[in-house]
Design a protein around this ligand. Structure first.
Ligand code: ADP
Ligand code: NA
Length: 327
């Protein structure tokens, strides 16, 4: 209906953190009126690391329910499982034949992940950017909200699409990075120089979206701060600054407003207030999540309907590509 198409997704590994929520998911909800939004549960990408099958399947369903619980509407947006749409793998193969090893060799995320998982440097990890290109190009996405760590992958997606178009005519829309209001970057509660990440093994470092109120408050109480006592935002005080940013994200308050509110109070008071504000923000989401996970029939019917929507869109592109290359 003339709206631009927006594509995004998250890997179905582990439980989402407050970073995933405040930096991505919460903002996605605000985009659903302006764009035709397609959000994937990116389970094929998750296979680049070893998964425990039963846990993996549970995580994927949980991610789907979290998308919906956070406010993405499966009747309005397309929210689907990547692995349920065979076009991703099919287009990925074709695009791989239009991608040079030299390009993939330059991907910094591959180098990082290969260093981290030296015992399992598989070809999927290496060709991950090609699958990501297929994800985006299959739906002719105009915009892709990407974190800094994915910028290079969007660049290679554009290069592959342009290369293909130069040979075969206008087949793919060339996607752009979504430049919106800068999403907050949430840092680890234990090592505030590092981003909060769902793969962090220290349980106190991350707030998980399904943490209950007591857990949330306890983790904020234990958050690492410096030896000072004033609630002021300063580059050289990443711990307290991160808490000020988190508080701002959930209350809508600016840094200055927060500093004023806690003028004369100590870290203890502030940490408790942040914990309570975050728990209050998560409460309705968790309630909705519980309802969704309990209603198997509804969730299954939404998944089925959206898989079909995604298959319909993606098949149009796939058929065109196959025809162009002579398949
Ligand atoms: P993780 O590191 O938690 O595994 P991913 O790399 O899978 O996260 O990213 C999923 C989405 O969440 C991306 O859009 C990413 O930009 C966003 N994101 C992840 N961690 C953070 C964070 N700490 N702060 C803000 N956004 C984040
Ligand atoms: Na990650």
């Amino acid at each position: 209906d003339g709206k631009k198409i927006l594509y995004s997704g998250m890997q179905a590994t582990g439980t989402l953190t407050l970073g995933n929520y405040l930096g991505a998911l919460k903002n996605w909800v605000n985009l659903t009126d302006e764009y035709e939004c397609i959000y994937g549960v990116m389970d094929l990408h998750s296979l680049t690391l070893r998964q425990v099958p039963a846990e993996f399947r549970k995580n994927a369903r949980s991610l789907y329910a979290l998308y919906v619980a956070a406010g993405l509407d499966p009747e309005k947006n397309c929210i689907y499982y990547q692995s349920h749409v065979s076009g991703h793998a099919e287009l990925s193969w074709i695009l791989g034949c239009f991608t040079y090893m030299g390009e993939l060799n330059r991907m910094t995320q591959f180098k990082d992940k290969a260093a981290k998982h030296a015992d399992n440097i598989n070809a999927g990890l290496y060709t991950y950017p090609v699958l990501m290109a297929a994800d985006i190009l299959l739906y002719q996405a105009d915009v892709v909200p990407v974190g800094v760590d994915q910028k290079q992958h969007l660049e290679i997606t554009r290069d592959i699409a342009q290369r293909f178009n130069a040979i075969y005519g206008d087949v793919f829309t060339i996607p752009e990075a979504y430049i919106g209001k800068a999403g907050a970057k949430i840092m680890s509660l234990q090592e505030p120089e590092k981003k909060m990440s769902k793969s962090d093994e220290n349980p106190n470092a991350t707030i998980r979206l399904l943490d209950d109120k007591d857990t949330v408050i306890r983790k904020f109480k234990r958050a690492v701060t410096d030896s000072g006592s004033e609630i002021v935002y300063r580059e050289d005080k990443p711990g307290i600054s991160n808490l000020i940013d988190i508080y701002g994200c959930v209350t809508g308050k600016t840094r200055e407003e927060t500093e004023k509110e806690f003028d004369g109070k100590g870290y203890g008071d502030f940490k408790l207030a942040v914990g309570e504000a975050v728990a209050a923000e998560l409460e309705p989401l968790q309630k909705r999540y519980g309802e969704l996970m309990a209603d198997k029939t509804y969730l299954d019917s939404m998944i089925k309907m959206n898989d079909e929507k995604a298959a319909y869109y993606s098949n149009k592109t796939l058929r065109k590509v196959q025809k162009k290359v002579g398949l």
